[in-house]
Design a protein around this ligand. Structure first.
Ligand code: GRF
Length: 210
């Protein structure tokens, strides 16, 4: 049985989800996607899950009175599916402590910027508009802040003179697909640990040797 029992939370196109599904399918990632959960109906991610023969569920945040009630439903649904680790892949909702406590230390996210620069919903656009020369993506643990948890891995890409926001975003996305799967492999291998920061440092991630 696969080591990593994954729930993938999505809101949109799901190219990162696809990269994860492909890697589990070709055996290069020791993980099983137990559930794909979208908060938006009709998105392409749901088609990708179906095409891969994976269970998929839509839970719309609009059907809940508050964030906590929505998060409770997410937790229940994921637990029922046997999910132990959660990968956010373009999931456009902030999670409350209700969710964070339920999967403490077991939630990862991919963000399309080199954190801590350009957190939030439009990382690539904000970096492009700022005029940075190097952009990229970050995989990090999720905490109660916005894209603020301990950083696990980052990949940089150049910003070219003739880039548009779209060409830059596409270059970043290619790296996202690779680095997200690489991080999940490390998680499956038990090689990622959080080390408490000392002397005013934040908690940090250490990748242990195989
Ligand atoms: C990615 O850029 C990811 O970093 C961000 O949302 C986007 C999702 O893309 N959090 P996709 O749905 O995986 O194609």
């Amino acid at each position: 049985m696969a080591t990593l029992k994954l729930g993938v939370l999505v809101s949109g196109s799901g190219t990162n989800l696809q990269a994860i599904l492909d890697a589990t399918e070709d055996g290069s990632l020791d993980a099983e996607v137990r559930l794909v959960l979208s908060n938006v109906p009709g998105v392409k991610s749901l088609e990708r899950a179906a095409a891969a023969g994976k269970s998929a569920v839509v839970l719309s945040h609009r059907d809940f009175t508050d964030r906590e009630a929505f998060d409770k439903a997410l937790v229940t649904t994921l637990r029922q599916a046997g999910v132990e680790w959660v990968a956010l892949a373009g999931f456009m909702r902030l999670l409350t402590p209700v969710f964070l406590r339920a999967f403490e230390g077991r939630i990862v996210n991919i963000h399309p910027a080199l954190l801590p620069a350009f957190p939030g919903a439009h990382g690539q656009r904000d970096a492009f508009n700022y005029g940075v020369k190097v952009a990229g993506c970050t995989v990090h643990f999720v905490d109660e802040g916005v894209d603020s948890g301990p950083i696990i891995a980052q990949r940089a890409v150049p910003v070219l003179d003739d880039d548009t926001e779209a060409t830059l975003a596409a270059r970043i996305l290619q790296q996202e697909h690779q680095v997200y799967v690489e991080v999940l492999r490390l998680l499956a291998a038990g090689r990622i640990e959080i080390v408490p920061g000392s002397n005013g440092q934040r908690n940090r991630v250490r990748i242990t040797k195989p």
